[in-house]
Design a protein around this ligand. Structure first.
Ligand code: B12
Ligand code: SF4
Length: 534
């Protein structure tokens, strides 16, 4: 029987109850539990995720209904890695989200695949990877496990870099690819092992940390720079049904800005753009497959502006049937760009507004102003593009005045949806260098500076949730703006998804401070909406 060269595993969402219990146990020391409170629902004394409620309502009418998750659409990391392997003559099979895909993985491991690759796009800590490694080892001890992507490369750049080998050893994989890309390394590892080589033969492949029987060793550092146009997704490799109704696409790597709360440009290097012709060829494939929504995941899809307009004109010319959504730098949108976006099928814009306060935006190095935001949000909404305005509270310089300005901005401009959360202090971001200036101390969700502490920031986030009435709150974890479109692609009406979000918002607001809500009314409210608008 043909042996699979590589099984690629998507995100592991983990066990929600464990996550709640763990963050609650630390609630006095950091903002993680307060953050969990605004991303989940306390019903009948038990915290559940938005999708838990969504699935539970479905199951009341159809007990056999498939459980849906925001990670159902195939992750782009998996699609890119599988495509790169195929171009290098290696076969692969994708297991999507790990919890949902356990049975599939179990079946695949019975045939002892040569390697398993674990993607790490969303991880901040090792537990989800460890769970996957243990699962694989138990069932197929000879399979070589490879971990790469953002987790190991962040670790190398962060304050824990001295402990990197210890942390990775504890996770238990055989090989780590430490690079912000890594698809070329994965292809070389798999083809070397496939041709009969052992771990010792991987020595000539750059950017690896290898754990073999004799201990661990690093190979030379030589950052990958795989040309974006030569590293497109090979859509023909995947089941059409796995790409419908919602597919993601990357048309750029990195970002031309340098916001002081973000480490992406530092990590990903120069801003590189795919050629419009290449994007067009890929979009034609997605359109032929019958994809209903394309989500461009570029952080700054509309920059540079002339290319963005060219992309929109290309989509208009092709009369694609799909609709699209993307992050847009709203301060960089002019009126023409908004009109072109709407004509080309844009239905959703994710806007990293961050704050409504000019001074805070300056400290963030956002190159944006509340005035520009106000104009662009209205242009987008008036053109029929639903906006999701994203904010965070507590960045150095933020204060009561900052919060009032943010609340006014949301109230005045009324984006369709908004989200807010406490600032997460990541020491690999540029603001860390200015810590002294702001008397900034702490890390992650535990910090204080001249104008705010993490506890005050959490209270301010709660205040936004209580006071903002002009926009509908959508969380960022477990359900988000993108999920609305995925669910619409799965046949749910916008009206029902909106009713669902309104109901959840009411439960979140009622549950601030950990007040539990009786589920009876919530279920009957949602059942009624489901029956009417489903
Ligand atoms: C799409 C997306 C989502 C979707 C995912 C849908 C899906 N089905 O996959 C949704 C909306 C569900 C989502 C949720 C979350 N997300 Co999100 N999301 C993104 C987004 C926009 C794109 C990610 C992506 O596809 N990148 C493209 C791929 C190709 O890049 P990549 O994963 O880095 O992979 C490349 C390499 O790293 C490498 N690689 C990756 N893995 C491996 C493995 C091996 C073995 C090798 C060799 C190489 C390799 O190969 C790839 C090709 O080069 C990014 C922001 C952005 N614009 O990038 C945020 C982002 C990844 N999300 C983020 C976060 C924090 C979250 C949430 C926790 C919520 C939140 N915002 O607080 C949740 C996770 C919730 C949960 N329950 O766990 C952060 C991650 C931060 C981090 N880890 O440091 C990001 C970077 C946004 C940000 N700037 O904060 N997200
Ligand atoms: S926040 Fe967005 S625009 Fe700013 S540097 Fe990061 S990726 Fe670029």
């Amino acid at each position: 029987m043909h042996r699979i060269d590589c099984v690629i595993i998507g995100h592991n969402t983990g066990n929600f109850q464990d996550y709640i219990a763990e963050s609650k146990s630390m609630a006095r020391f950091n903002g993680a539990y307060r953050n969990a409170q605004i991303n989940s629902l306390l019903l009948d004394g038990r915290r559940i995720s938005y999708m838990d409620l969504f699935n539970a309502v479905r199951k009341q009418t159809d007990p056999a209904a498939e459980e849906l998750t925001p990670f159902d659409p195939l992750g782009l990391a998996s699609l890119h890695l599988a495509s790169s392997l195929a171009r290098n003559g290696a076969s692969s099979v994708l297991v999507g989200e790990f919890q949902k895909g356990k049975q599939k993985l179990e079946d695949l491991l019975r045939d002892e695949p040569l390697t398993v690759a674990i993607t790490t796009t969303f991880y901040f800590e090792p537990t989800p990877m460890k769970e996957i490694v243990d699962f694989v080892r138990e069932r197929s001890p000879e399979t070589k496990i490879i971990i790469g992507g953002p987790y190991p490369s962040h670790l190398e750049r962060g304050e824990l870099s001295d402990a990197l080998e210890m942390i990775l050893d504890d996770i238990g994989a055989d090989v780590y690819v430490i690079d912000s890309q890594g698809e070329a390394a994965l292809a070389r590892i798999v083809t070397t092992l496939k041709s009969g080589g052992g771990l010792e033969e991987l020595e000539s492949i750059p950017n690896l940390l290898i754990f073999s029987g004799e201990g661990s060793y690093r190979t030379k550092r030589q950052p990958e720079d795989n040309p974006i146009d030569e590293n497109r997704v090979e859509y023909a490799l995947f089941d059409r049904s796995a790409l419908q109704p919602f597919s993601m696409m990357r048309t750029a790597i990195s970002c031309p800005f340098a916001c002081s709360f973000c480490s992406y440009p530092v990590r990903a290097g120069d801003h590189r753009l795919a050629e419009v012709d290449q994007v067009e060829a890929d979009l034609r494939k997605l359109s032929d497959i019958g994809v209903e929504f394309v989500y461009f995941i570029d952080d700054t899809f509309n920059v540079p502006a002339p290319r963005f307009k060219e992309l929109c004109r290309m989509m208009i010319k092709n009369r694609f049937r799909f609709k699209w959504l993307s992050y847009l730098r709203c301060g960089n949108m002019d009126y023409e760009a908004v009109q072109l976006a709407a004509q080309s099928g844009c239905v959703g814009a994710l806007l990293g507004i961050e704050s409504g306060d000019q001074e805070v935006l300056q400290i963030m190095n956002k190159f944006a102003s509340p005035e520009k935001y106000r104009k662009a949000i209205r242009w987008l909404e008036d053109a029929g593009i639903m906006t999701w305005a994203l904010f965070f509270v507590g960045f150095p310089g933020d204060s009561e005045t900052g919060l009032n300005n943010t609340i006014s901005l949301v109230s005045d401009t009324a984006p369709s949806f908004y989200s807010t959360q406490i600032w997460f202090y990541d020491d690999s971001t540029p603001i860390h260098k200015r810590a002294k200036e702001f008397n900034l101390q702490g890390a992650g969700y535990t910090w204080k500076h001249n104008t705010m502490t993490w506890v005050e920031a959490c209270d301010n986030v709660d205040r936004m949730l209580r006071e903002i009435k002009s926009s509908l709150y959508v969380p960022q974890n477990g359900f988000s703006f993108e999920t609305i479109f995925y669910l619409m692609g799965r046949g749910f009406s916008f009206k029902y998804v909106r009713d669902f979000l309104e109901t959840c918002r009411d439960v979140v607001v009622a549950g601030l401070g950990d007040t539990s809500v009786d589920s009876t009314n919530i279920f009957s409210r949602l059942q009624t909406s489901h029956r009417l608008h489903g």
